[in-house]
Design a binder for this molecule. Structure first.
Ligand code: PLP
Length: 397
């Protein structure tokens, strides 16, 4: 049986070109980038090259990129690092502005929401609701800005329903507030662009953000490598490290650099950038084709989240009379891999907090996410639709 993978938002296969570029750095070019000898310098040069490639894509200085062990870690560094730098700064200056505030949306990835929750003894967390179509309430963000606000963190595109947030508009609001005299360089604006980068340009100068997170394994690079862009060459003024030890990553993230993965990340970024426009259009045609068929053959099916401002490869659908868990297992038996919304959630079979946040809780346990990618074909879509229809006929209550 040929299995069809429709879960590209969970992870992507490593592009063979990326893999080829990484390979020598496991055995032949194995030096520690911190070593002064030839082997070390060879590794260090490879990291430098990857950093420059990524900086060219993000339109930033290469020194503004901090490699981390995942996007989860980069998101932790954004939230905890900004809070720590603020805390250290206010202790030094003796200026107390009360409990600092961090603003996040209700549909952020778990790596933001759980980190925010963990900080709540020291930080006031404000959750911004989303519309029934999954778009954040920008007016509420504006109204929540205060002298205490140190950080606003909003994702570029949602991992479950693919909705795209108006990042440049939010950035402008945050910047204007800061210019009017928020508290000394605050609030900062962080964007989790993990899901967006595959399909949307993430030039930080155009977006106007201060911090931005990426992950390699969502863009056909290896798992276990992420990065945080942090604006300004004096990065210590906006974030403090959360992993301490050596002086790697300009003191912002200790630990021997993962050279092959960083090299792979650089290549994945360049390839994604080169393919972005054509691949977005191709996958959008497939997605729309799929949605047309599903609407015709499955009574009552509904799309979760806005149809326009949405990643081109994402279909998150409510299927009445089914449960997410049953659907996913039955589809898998027939060779079609889809997901409940997020891979993290799949293991514990809970309902989707993202769909609950849309104000349609009935749908949160009867929805599935299909995400397409570079290997998806029209024949795959035909088969997925057929299999889905048969599966529903078997399990619908
Ligand atoms: N942020 C978003 C929006 C994601 O979709 C993911 C991964 O699912 C992450 C962060 C975490 O990425 P990583 O797997 O690199 O920790």
């Amino acid at each position: 049986m040929k299995r069809i993978y429709c879960d590209y938002a969970a992870t992507t296969p490593v592009d063979p070109r990326v893999f080829r570029a990484m390979r020598p750095y496991f055995d032949k070019k194995f030096g520690n980038a911190g070593s002064l000898h030839w082997f070390g310098q060879e590794a260090s040069a490879a990291i430098f090259e990857a950093r420059q490639k990524i900086a060219a894509s993000l339109h930033c200085d290469y020194k503004e990129i901090i490699f981390t062990g995942s996007a989860t870690e980069a998101n932790n560094l954004a939230l905890r690092g900004v809070f720590r730098a603020f805390d250290i700064g206010s202790r030094k200056s003796g200026d107390a502005i009360g409990k600092p505030r961090i603003i996040v949306s209700a549909i952020e990835h778990g790596s933001i929401l759980e980190t925010a929750r963990d900080l709540r003894d020291s930080v006031e967390i404000v959750y911004i609701p989303v519309s029934s179509e999954g778009i954040v309430d920008v007016k509420k963000i504006q109204a929540s800005l205060s002298e205490q606000t140190i950080l606003v963190s909003i994702q570029y595109a949602n991992n479950e329903i693919g909705t795209i947030q108006p990042i440049a508009e939010i950035a402008r609001i945050v910047r204007e507030y800061r210019a009017r005299g928020g508290s000394d360089g605050y609030p900062l604006f962080h964007v989790d662009a993990v899901q967006a980068f595959q399909y949307l340009s993430c030039r930080v100068s155009d977006l106007g953000v201060d911090l931005l997170t990426l992950s390699a394994h969502k863009i056909y690079g290896p798992k276990g490598i992420g990065l945080l862009y942090a604006r300004g060459l004096n990065v210590g003024s906006i974030i403090a490290p959360i992993v301490t030890g050596g002086e790697q990553e300009r003191g912002m993230r200790a630990g021997t650099e993962n050279v092959p993965f960083i090299v792979g990340f650089g290549h994945a970024v360049v390839i994604t950038e080169a393919m972005r426009s054509k691949e977005s259009k191709r996958v959008l045609r497939l997605r729309d084709y799929c949605w047309k068929i599903l609407q015709r053959i499955i009574p009552g099916i509904a799309l979760n989240g806005l149809s326009q401002s949405r990643l081109p490869n994402n279909l998150n659908v409510f299927i009445p009379g089914t449960t997410t868990h049953e659907l996913i297992t039955a589809l898998d038996v027939s060779g079609v891999a889809v997901s409940p919304g997020s891979a993290c959630q799949a293991r514990i079979a809970q309902s989707s907090y993202v769909i609950e946040a849309l104000g349609i809780p009935d749908r949160s346990t009867s929805s599935i996410r299909l995400t397409f990618g570079r290997a998806t074909t029209r024949q795959d879509i035909d088969k997925v639709c057929r299999v889905l229809k048969n599966t529903i006929n078997k399990i619908a209550h």
